[in-house]
Design a protein around this ligand. Structure first.
Ligand SMILES: Cc1cc2nc3c(=O)[nH]c(=O)nc-3n(C[C@H](O)[C@H](O)[C@H](O)COP(=O)(O)O)c2cc1C
Length: 213
């Protein structure tokens, strides 16, 4: 059944599913339609190429990021695994130029926080409906929010964009600016980089991995 057969189902313009489908999975269909939608230019989206090329950027051009790319970046977050599939996180997409400027101050005066796209990933342990101690639910929510942001960061790279992950911020200040009760876990700032840079070096893999027999 599609939206023509069922007037209650409304899809954002451009994301109406082409295939017929069964009841009950509309939300997932929207997600898959966004993920399947074509990029606006040719980009090598091979996962390992994306990973090997990603490099944090703190200088963005003024070029506006296309809505279809922002949709994909947000959809990518929604594909991340979450504890119990409870999705213990929320994304606040900051559009207000004034609030972006206020976030600069809340993020230890890091000027690049005023980026073309600013996503604040927050923990939402109340969504994690396990009968576990609160500490465990909080631990799950921070992992959910972190993974989601990491998926968005990779998606941004795959779409020819670059990003900077911000972890240095005053939680209370961000909560006040966004008028939210949830605690932020990271701020992801995205845009077109002024300059393509080589990925940063890492320590030797052998130092990183500790085989345990
Ligand atoms: C948890 C975390 C917190 C970070 N916080 C900041 C930050 O507040 N400001 C900043 O400029 N970069 C921040 N970064 C970005 C790192 O500096 C950057 O990822 C690191 O230098 C490695 O560079 P690469 O991302 O290009 O590989 C953070 C990254 C992570 C994962």
């Amino acid at each position: 059944m599609d939206s023509k057969d069922n007037p209650e189902k409304i899809y954002p313009s451009g994301y109406e599913p082409k295939e017929t489908h069964t009841e009950g999975n509309v939300r997932n269909l929207l997600l898959s339609e966004i993920l399947k939608s074509s990029p606006t230019e040719f980009i090598n989206t091979d996962l390992f190429t994306v990973m090997s090329k990603r490099r944090s950027t703190r200088k963005f051009t003024d070029r506006i990021v296309e809505t279809v790319k922002i949709d994909k970046i947000i959809a990518a977050a929604d594909t991340a695994p979450t504890a119990g599939n409870f999705q213990g996180f929320e994304i606040f997409y900051v559009k207000s130029p004034e609030k972006k400027q206020q976030l600069v101050e809340a993020c230890n005066n890091q000027p690049y926080v005023n980026a073309p796209v600013v996503l604040v990933f927050c923990k939402n342990p109340a969504r994690v409906k396990f009968d576990f101690p609160e500490e465990v639910l909080k631990k799950f929510a921070i992992q959910d929010a972190t993974l989601a942001a990491a998926y968005s960061q990779l998606a941004a790279q795959a779409l020819g964009l670059s990003s900077i992950w911000i972890g240095m911020f005053d939680e209370q200040k961000i909560m006040k600016i966004l008028n939210i009760e949830l605690i932020p876990s990271s701020v992801l700032c995205i845009g077109y980089p002024k300059q393509e840079k080589f990925p940063k070096p890492r320590r030797n893999l052998k130092e990183l991995v500790h085989p345990v027999w």
